[in-house]
Design a protein around this ligand. Structure first.
Ligand SMILES: *Cc1c(COP(=O)(O)O)cnc(C)c1O
Length: 362
């Protein structure tokens, strides 16, 4: 089979070795005589899968003991509501740093449940899209927490710093978790939908500091209630067991290739290669300031819609899938999460060069 590369923003690529292992184990997991899909979430077999998944994640991210790891439903979007519901009363306020589409949505959803102070950090530096550095964020005294989205998946902008604050920092890391080294202790809550850097859709990972449980008296739906989820080991109801299992295999894969430092270096190399190819070409344009360029989602444009369409179609035919930009912005987006090998980006860069050279020909 010819090697194809999937640049989809999510659900996205899963490492080949993991998919092969899933295939091998699909009908009969670990001599249980059943597929993982058929195992009770209360069975000792699934308990061992759940435990090993959490242990590997804790090791990979060096998660301190005073943090809980929850395996939830509802996606990143579910957490837009779960965060305010779990952390503050309706009369209280929270600061929302808005750096793009997802943080904007998170702020809008939170405003149903509390007061939201929007801190819009998008600005323009010499014609480039950029984000204000953390020193320049106008934080409010009355905020109970600070929300950030370190990587904006649609516009391809990344925040690299955090302000000095004693308030809990809540981070939507749906498209950046496990992509670079991280000090978990700097955050109150980290969450991520699984379908970008963890595994299949349907699972949402929440990492929450112990002292933030049980903060409010308000009504919280049981499946979103962090305290209940902790007490029930994320099994308030039937969790997405198959996604949970595959997430564990992805964590193992990451550990086996050397962990986060190693994948971070590869991620940097991939991003550098692609941005350099764009900057050196006279056809492709990326308008993100170098300080804020995402290493996970590389967004770029061609001079007009017709050529863009042609590029995406030819790329697709050549096995470079899902390069179409998000419907709200158009253009091209190459999502190069952990599972995208360096060879995938090298091949894409070569394809882009060939496309540019053959422009105007059939
Ligand atoms: C994809 C994404 C979401 C939405 O995730 P769902 O699981 O589809 O709800 C939220 N935040 C960020 C940063 C994302 O990239």
């Amino acid at each position: 089979m010819k090697q194809n590369y999937n640049f989809c923003a999510g659900p996205s690529m899963i490492p080949n070795v993991v998919l092969k292992q899933v295939q091998e184990e699909l009908l009969n997991w670990n001599n249980s005589g059943r597929s993982v899909m058929e195992l009770s979430h209360r069975s000792p077999e699934f308990a061992s899968i759940a435990e090993s998944s959490e242990n590997t994640l804790r090791e990979l991210m060096s998660i301190p003991d005073n943090y809980h790891v929850l395996y939830c439903h509802g996606g990143g979007s579910g957490q837009f509501s779960a965060i305010p519901l779990n952390l503050i009363e309706k009369s209280q306020s929270a600061d929302y740093v808005v750096s793009g589409h997802w943080s904007e949505l998170a702020a809008a959803e939170a405003s149903k449940y509390c007061h939201v102070n929007v801190i819009d950090i998008r600005h323009n530096v010499e014609g480039k899209d950029a984000l204000l550095s953390a020193n320049d964020w106008q934080l409010s005294d009355n905020a109970s927490y600070l929300f950030v989205c370190p990587n904006e998946t649609i516009s391809g902008l990344e925040i690299h710093d955090l302000p000095q604050t004693d308030k809990p920092i809540i981070a939507d890391m749906s498209s950046s978790i496990l992509s670079r080294p991280l000090d978990v202790a700097k955050y109150g809550v980290i969450y991520a939908g699984a379908q970008k850097n963890i595994g299949p859709a349907g699972l949402t990972l929440v990492i929450v500091r112990d002292d933030l449980l049980d903060k409010v008296k308000r009504t919280v739906p049981a499946i979103f209630d962090y305290k209940t989820l902790v007490e029930k080991s994320s099994m308030v109801n039937t969790p997405p067991t198959f996604a949970w299992y595959i997430a564990g295999l992805v964590f193992n894969w990451l550990k086996n290739i050397g962990g986060i430092e190693v994948i971070y270096n590869t991620n940097l190399e991939k991003a550098k290669l692609l941005y350099e190819a764009i900057d050196q070409s006279s056809l492709f344009i990326n308008n993100v300031h170098s300080d804020n360029r995402s290493i996970m989602n590389v967004v770029f444009n061609l001079e007009n819609k017709e050529i863009t369409h042609q590029f995406i179609e030819r790329a697709d035919n050549a096995g470079f899938y899902a390069l179409k930009g998000h419907q709200s912005v158009g253009g091209i987006r190459a999502s190069i999460y952990n599972a995208m090998p360096l060879a995938g980006v090298q091949s894409l860069v070569q394809f882009m060069k060939d496309f540019e050279k053959n422009m105007g020909t059939q």
